[in-house]
Design a protein around this ligand. Structure first.
Ligand code: ZN
Ligand code: ZN
Length: 438
């Protein structure tokens, strides 16, 4: 079976001289040649342009007007093209933050999709957090007490206003009852003593029946408006009021969440970028495996490599003195030392860093001291030998703040969706590889 390929016949774009080529699909193809041979014309103005043009044609005429149009390439025949993306060498950004996703704007769409359609999972209980809507509240009410009566209430902030002022204000707004000690009380009989600067206003009495849907939904809409997105319902015979919120709030844990915006899902934006690694996903750190490259060696034999150079041999002696003082053995292979001893050697003894003659400052302290002397070239070189990029401890390489990773689409965070691109690409390539070469 032939491997599918893109066929271009008689291409005369720019300086191409009626060339005919076949480009295999599902393989990496490099176009090489001397300057001016027309490599870019073939790649961008023929292959990419035709792929893009046909992709755009799949949209409605209305949608097409918003998309950039490319001219039809000059060629006799082009077959087998697929929707295409192009990344050219003069891309405006060339930073270590760029990925194929960010450079092709696929990432932009993905962020928009997450901001719109993802589901928040509570950081405490892990359960999904849904915004309440009048119709979802209606269904919840029927489930809680169909056939019963309920008081539809909202909390009004009144601050330290005097009861007379509140009475006037409420009457003008068309509110006639407040909830006091769990019971609706008429305004002229109510004490109107605010609790934490708030009063509970009774907006309506509802009969919870499916037939009353429209009226109940209308009332809920008003209550949500007056209550700034929050309502509470006191259903007869149900002890605790049922609370609903249009905002992102976990009803189980009472935690409020802010609305997701596309920037929250961007590691290039301070709103979303992990604070520890600034959105790089990696931090540069001293790598313990480089500091102790051979764990079969003992401290006395010099298993801690940076302390063995002649310039820092005093530090090795400090370490040996410390072990002796503490009654710890220096002639045990590093890997056989117990965890507590290794940690003590690494972190050092607590105390003032200036007491380096009587206190072991630790391997950590040694590196901290070096980091304060990076104006010296040889110190920078030494440090670079023991530093390595390690996955960020805060985000585990996801590059985003924990808040961003609470949002999931089809069970996946934006970080795992972004990471999916590679394996999926591999999967689509595999069948092609099994085919016999043409
Ligand atoms: Zn929760
Ligand atoms: Zn991070």
């Amino acid at each position: 079976m032939l491997r599918p390929s893109i066929v271009v016949e008689g291409a005369r774009q720019n300086n191409l001289k009626g060339i005919t080529v076949q480009v295999p699909v599902g393989a990496v193809t490099a176009v090489t040649g001397v300057a001016g041979a027309g490599k870019s014309s073939l790649a961008f103005e023929v292959l990419y342009a035709e792929g893009y043009r046909r992709y755009v044609e799949t949209f409605s005429p209305y949608a097409r007007q918003f998309l950039e149009r490319l001219d039809r390439p000059k060629a006799e025949r082009i077959e087998g093209v697929l929707p295409s993306i192009a990344i050219d060498q003069t891309a405006p950004v060339r930073t270590s933050r760029s990925t194929v996703g960010t450079m092709t704007s696929v990432a932009d769409y993905l962020r928009g999709l997450f901001a719109r359609s993802s589901t928040l999972h509570c950081r405490d209980c892990g359960g999904p957090v849904h915004r309440a809507s009048p119709s979802s509240i209606f269904e919840a009410l029927l489930a809680a007490g169909e056939g019963r009566q309920a008081l539809l209430c909202f909390r009004a902030r009144v601050g330290k206003a005097k009861p007379e002022a509140i009475r006037d204000l409420f009457a003008q707004s068309g509110f006639h009852r407040v909830l006091e000690e769990g019971k609706p009380v008429r305004l002229d009989e109510a004490a109107l003593e605010a609790v934490d600067g708030e009063l509970t206003v009774v907006l309506d009495r509802l009969s919870l029946a499916r037939g009353g849907r429209q009226r109940i939904v209308d009332s809920l809409e008003s209550a949500l408006r007056f209550g700034k997105g929050h309502v509470e319902l006191h259903v007869d015979g149900v002890e605790e009021p049922l609370k609903f919120s249009e905002q992102l709030r976990c009803a189980r844990c009472g935690i409020d969440y802010s609305e997701p915006i596309p920037a929250l899902f961007s590691f290039n934006n301070p709103v979303g970028a992990c604070e520890a690694c600034k959105g790089f996903g990696r931090t540069i750190d001293i790598d313990p495996d480089l500091v102790v490259p051979d764990a079969r060696m003992t401290v006395a034999e010099g298993c801690i490599k940076p302390l063995q150079s002649p310039s820092y041999y005093e530090c090795q002696e400090d370490l040996l003195r410390f072990l002796k003082r503490r009654g710890l053995r220096a002639n045990v292979p590093w890997r056989d030392l117990d965890e507590a001893t290794r940690r003590l050697i690494w972190r050092g003894e607590p105390g003032d860093p200036r007491d380096y003659q009587t206190r072991w400052y630790g391997v950590d302290g040694f590196f901290r001291w070096l980091e304060g002397r990076t104006y010296k070239m040889h110190v920078r070189i030494l440090l670079s030998r023991y530093r390595r990029y390690l996955p960020c401890r805060d985000c585990g390489g996801a590059r985003l703040k924990p808040e961003a990773l609470l949002f999931r689409l089809a069970g996946k965070t934006i970080a795992s969706v972004s990471a999916m691109v590679l394996p999926a690409g591999r999967k689509t390539r595999a069948p092609g590889l099994r085919r016999a070469p043409p």
